[in-house]
Design a protein around this ligand. Structure first.
Ligand code: NAP
Length: 283
């Protein structure tokens, strides 16, 4: 299998989304994403461009609510209330980290979990752990599952090791893998014998945010590796790299996602999938 292209997964998702949007439009519903941004942070602008392109490509709508970076908490909460109440907006992406004058917890609490497309509210997070299906998981964490599904890599009964335990990736992806009947081990900075655990796994999800920190010493034949890391290259070269030294690991394992072109390529497509799912509940 070699490289597990995220771009191919995103293309397949987009093809399906086009049909779903067409079906919704025949019922006079245009799935629409509301984006709330404070300022012009380069990461936010770049993600906004990708999400807008994906929405437009599948026929979905986008409305951007841009506030100044030094805007007040009151103005942000007003905007969140506005999108909560706007029936033409089915899902919302709120860019974080928010500027320092904003209370992140208050902003998260103001957003309706049913409109939270990226698993940031407590309600959406509870949905992941309670199996109620309420809300949506964080887009990146769920993209790992969409990649495994696309390549027909079934975690059921497999030993899965997740490197990283953040709220946005490590923990939710572990719960999603558990739901798929994987036997999940979560490693973090205090884990001992991590290399041994990784070598014993069938599927490894790497989300540490440590550029090129794991290489061939950790892997063996037959494994699937999903590299979630997006980091500046430590050698000063332009561009991004993953947590895994892909070049030396790819020849050993059964399949690995590249960076760029892997998980990151699926994230914005998955965001739009969530918007469409949210719109379907209004059909
Ligand atoms: P994070 O909040 O910094 O969490 C990193 C996790 O890795 C922590 O749980 C940490 O353990 C663990 N860790 C760090 N160094 C370790 C080591 N040497 N050994 C074992 N565990 C270690 O990062 P994040 O937000 O989850 O993001 C992880 C990566 O994903 C980053 O590169 C980020 O840029 C990338 N990312 C990609 C996308 C995408 O679309 N592809 C989206 C978001 C993020 P402790 O908890 O013990 O500190």
């Amino acid at each position: 299998m070699g490289l597990l292209s995220g771009k191919d997964v995103a293309e397949a998702l987009k093809e399906r989304m086009k049909q779903e949007v067409e079906a919704l439009k025949s019922k006079n519903i245009t799935p629409t994403l509301g984006i709330i941004r404070m300022g012009e942070e380069p990461n936010d602008i770049s993600y906004e461009k990708g999400a807008t392109k994906t929405c437009e490509g599948v026929g979905a709508g986008v409305k951007v609510f841009a506030l100044p970076r030094d805007g007040s908490q009151e103005d942000l909460l007003k905007t969140i209330k506005q999108v909560n109440e706007d029936k033409s907006i089915h899902g919302v992406l709120l860019f974080r980290p928010l500027p320092k004058q904003i209370d992140d917890n208050a902003a998260r609490a103001a957003l309706l979990p049913s409109k939270d497309m990226d698993g940031i509210t407590d309600g959406s997070m509870a949905g992941i752990y309670s199996d109620t299906g309420a809300g949506f998981p964080p887009c990146t964490a769920e993209s790992v599952i969409k990649i495994l599904d696309h390549y027909k890599i079934d975690p059921a009964g497999k030993d899965v090791v997740v490197l990283g335990r953040s709220t946005v990736i490590g923990k939710p992806v572990s719960m999603l893998l558990l739901k798929k009947n994987g036997t999940v081990t979560i490693c973090h900075s205090k884990t001992k014998d991590m290399q041994k655990k990784v070598q014993a796994a069938d599927i490894v999800v790497v989300a540490m945010g440590r550029a090129w920190s794991v290489g061939k010493e950790c892997f063996r034949a037959g494994q699937y590796v999903i590299d979630v890391g997006v980091n500046a290259k430590p050698n000063g070269e332009k561009g991004t790299c993953g947590d895994v030294r892909t070049e030396e690991v790819e020849p050993i394992v059964a399949g690995i996602t590249p960076v760029p072109g892997g998980v990151g390529s699926v994230t914005s497509a998955n965001l739009v999938c969530h918007v469409i799912e949210a719109a379907k509940t209004k059909a």
